[in-house]
Ligand binder design. Sequence first.
Ligand SMILES: Cc1cc2nc3c(=O)[nH]c(=O)nc-3n(C[C@H](O)[C@H](O)[C@H](O)COP(=O)(O)O)c2cc1C
Length: 357
Amino acid sequence: MIDPERVHEGMVRFASLLGSFRLTRWITALKLGTPKHEMLRQVVRGVTFENPIGLSGGFDKNAVLTQIIPSVGFGFMEVGSVTARAYQGNPGQHLWRMPASRALVINYGLKNEGADVISQRLRNELRKQPFAIPISINIAKTNCRETNDVAIGIADYAETFRTFLDIGSFFTINISCPNVTSGQPFHEPENLEKLLIELDKMPTEKPIFIKISPDLTHEQIDAILEVAARHHVDGFVCTNLSKRRDLPSISPKDFVPDVGGISGKVVEALTDAQIAYVYSKSQGKFLIIGVGGIFSAEDAYRKIRLGASLLELITGMIYEGPQLISEIQLGLVRLLEKDGFTHISQAVGVDAKKAVH
Ligand SMILES: Cc1cc2nc3c(=O)[nH]c(=O)nc-3n(C[C@H](O)[C@H](O)[C@H](O)COP(=O)(O)O)c2cc1C
């Protein structure tokens, strides 16, 4: 009955407080964590992931949860999306629940405190101790009219990237936020080419992932893969929120506002199809982080078999609770063993071919 954005903000404040003390971190880990399992440990492009389940971009927009998220059992996390300038959020309501569809509608429009404040916060944390899990800096373009100009937009991405060069294990370039004034211009190959030329100049060896929309056609994905192959891109985060309102996964019982992107079970089928397509097309060249509608170990395992090496979630945790993260890990070990695999990497992509039509 309570406004979901207020619930989310309250949860983030509470979780941030839990992360501030060693004792509360320890108790959280005792309640929610699970022992590490060798089958789930991967070294991906030089980064060690103790387990494949990450917190997706948008839950910890301002990087206040980096201390507590490892205790919840996550193997990695994204912070942000961070933009060069702070943004107070789109006018009106930002979050709606779609309980019958097990989904959310999101219209923050990249609300965050901006690159300077967030990078300083992370540097302060780093002065106390190194991060316990890999952290990705999820970078988007400031949501304002000026950055609708492609050149200014690219400069905006590059400025944020430079601000975070010394922080985190990898980068996620978010080109697929559905709630911004500019639309999604960097899904266009010629704009993406220009953006990636600029990012190639960044003095970093850290992996770079591009986060794309579930609403892309095969032709659009082909063009994006072709451009990405020429640049410093290690993989894709499949997928962001969907703008579509005609999906059969949307229950008629739910109110769906005209604005906003949809998460959770509504995007799951689109995401799964895209993971299989990108995996099949890229022949192992690109890594895939699969995200969209993971509510159980079975959901997670399906995405791995379709081609995802790593996974992320938000909506599943909001509906099912934070113990889901450990339940998925335990379930994944069981499912891998049942199919005769001794390590997660052996299952990646085994179903991709038969899933692509
Ligand atoms: C409350 C909320 C805020 C989000 N904000 C962002 C964001 O700032 N940047 C981003 O890349 N994705 C954002 N997303 C999209 C998620 O990272 C994820 O791609 C999408 O929700 C699908 O995963 P899920 O079904 O597990 O939630 C947001 C999602 C939610 C639920």
